[in-house]
Every structure is written in C-alpha cells, then in structure tokens.
Ligand binder design. Structure first.
Ligand code: SF4
Ligand code: SF4
Length: 308
C-alpha cells in the first residue's frame, strides 16, 4: 500500500533526523526460532541470577502479547561510541556504554519524540516504548529489521559502524512496510571467542552469562568466584573486550550525543582514586548513570576483586 510505504519512510527519515543512527521495521509476529533458543538457554541455566529472563516467556517471544493488536515493531539504534577511551591497558576500566548518563533516559526521550511524530502523522495509536524495560528481544528485532546481524559475540553488529549502539523499540498497532534482514558477516572470524578472558562465549553466538565479566560485575549480587582472579583485565563495571576486538568496530564513529560524554571527574579517575573511592564521590561520579545499577557496594567489590 502506498500510504503504508510512505509512512514507513517518513518514520525512518524522522528517526535519523532526531539523531538515531538507524531505524528499521518488522512485522510484530511470534519469534518461533527464538522461543526454541531461549528455552534451551534457560534449560542450561545460562541466565545466572537474571531470574527475570525466566518470566514472561510468552510475551518475550510474541510482541502481540505486550501491545494489544500490535502490527509492527520499530527498532532504532543510538550510537554511544566515545571519542576517547577512558582507560589505558593497566587502568581500571568501565564499559563504554556507562561513560555518560544512563542511556535509558536518553533513549526513552528520543523514542517519545519519534512516537509523537508518528501520532501526528497517523493519529493516536495503541503503542508502547521499550528500552530494556520489558521482556523484548531487542537484538532480534533490530536484526529482523535489517539494522545489522547478531554476531558470534551475541552483539548486534552494523556493517557501517560496528556494535556500539543502544537499541530501543516502539511496538505499535500500525501496519508498516517491513524491512528485510541482512546476512551475517562474521564469516570465519573467531576473534571475540578467542579474546574472551573467562570463556563466556561457550560457542559461536552463545553466551553463558554466568561466566561473563559484564554479568559478574553488574547483575551478580554475590562474591565474584575466585576462579576468575587474574581474568578480569581490570574491568570493574561491564566489559567491552569482545566488541573491542571485533574488526567491524574499526568503523565506529564517535557519538554526537552530549549526554553520553564522560564528566571531567570520571575522565580524571586514576587507579588510586578507584581504590580509595568513597560513597560521596561515587554518588557525584555516577549521578544518573547506569553504574548505579551495581550500587556503591557492588562497585567496591569489583574494585577489590581486580586489586587483590
Ligand atoms: S563481555 Fe567480556 S566477558 Fe563477556 S563475553 Fe564479552 S569478552 Fe567475554
Ligand atoms: S569478532 Fe569476528 S566473529 Fe566475533 S562478532 Fe566480530 S566479526 Fe563476528
């Protein structure tokens, strides 16, 4: 339908205009293959303490159970690749996605702006915005919409700029033209699997979250198992290794989103400052930051783990 095609193009153009790197559309259908994969992943307990992954299995694999009469999933990517990495090899490291303010705020605001545009264009709709906030398989929707492929490191990778992107969605009861997926360009490369220091990538495309530094430093509420001593390469919040080694990330371009830039205080942190970090300084450094997720005690645990 001509109108449907025009709406889809206008929505995608507007998304680029307000700063998203890319926008793609999928039909809101049941994710048959993902349901099989997710069930197997959960059966193997690969989710660790992320018990929420066990909840809402049906909703996680069928967007029509999340939004009444859902017809389309609109996926967007927002670049967070920093101009400069905060750490050198022997310094304590936090994941690039946590350099600035919590991406949930930024992404949600931008998606609200996109939704307002859609409603101006097509009238009031039944819809919901998702930013990590509900059971939605965001990488899969982005992949189905042709924005990239899911690499052997389990990240969504774009051909133009690699994988340092946040992903968000609008699920909506509006029929739109769906995009086609692109092919997988990992080829015979295995750099991410070889580089993972804890062997969390147990096979291509398969992550055992319980072994992943990102999980162990953020979601994990217990002590970090001693067997990972000397494996963390000084990562104290998250881990970017399997993305940093990915050849496609040579194409990454620094973000233009000012909220993702690190504060001067964070930029100036040295190993000694991390070791002596106190609650007041933590609160100042990470006001409105994703790092709050691990809380002061969690970050101190991580710092101690890589220091001892
Ligand atoms: S984030 Fe780090 S620990 Fe987790 S899979 Fe990638 S390289 Fe391994
Ligand atoms: S490092 Fe190689 S195998 Fe891993 S995600 Fe990138 S291209 Fe794919």
């Amino acid at each position: 339908m001509l109108e449907q095609k025009t709406f889809s193009e206008k929505i995608k153009n507007y998304a680029l205009k307000i700063g998203f790197h890319a926008c793609g559309i999928s039909k809101a259908n049941f994710l048959v293959e993902d349901a099989v994969f997710l069930k197997k992943w959960l059966d193997q307990d690969h989710e660790g303490e992320m018990a929420y992954m066990r909840n809402h299995f049906e909703k996680r694999t069928d967007p029509r159970l999340l939004v009444e009469n859902a017809k389309s999933v609109i996926s967007v990517l927002l670049n967070y690749f920093p101009e400069k990495q905060l750490h050198t090899e022997d310094q304590y490291k936090i994941s690039k996605y946590a350099y600035g303010i919590d991406y949930h705020f930024v992404l949600k605001d931008k998606l609200s702006e996109l939704l307002s545009f859609i409603e101006e264009l097509c009238g009031k709709r039944t819809s919901r915005i998702f930013v990590d906030s509900a059971p939605v398989l965001d990488k899969r929707w982005a992949q189905k919409s042709g924005l990239g492929w899911i690499g052997k490191n389990t990240c969504l990778i774009t051909k133009e700029q690699g994988s340092f992107f946040f992903i968000g969605e609008i699920i909506i009861d509006l029929d739109l033209d769906a995009d086609e997926p692109i092919e997988d360009y990992c080829g015979s490369c295995t750099k991410c699997l070889n580089a993972c220091p804890t062997n969390a990538l147990v096979a291509p495309y398969r992550l055992d979250a319980r072994k992943c530094i990102s999980y162990l430093t953020i979601e994990n509420k217990d002590e970090i198992p001693d067997r990972y001593k000397n494996s963390f390469n000084k990562w104290i919040y998250g881990c970017d290794i399997c993305q940093d080694v990915c050849p496609w990330n040579k194409k990454a371009i620094p973000t233009l989103i000012p909220e993702f830039k690190p504060s001067d205080d964070l930029t100036q942190m040295k190993n000694e400052d991390w070791q002596n970090l106190e609650k007041g300084k933590f609160n100042n450094l990470f006001k409105n930051s994703a790092v709050l997720r691990t809380k002061f005690a969690g970050l101190k645990r991580n710092i101690k783990f890589v220091s001892d």
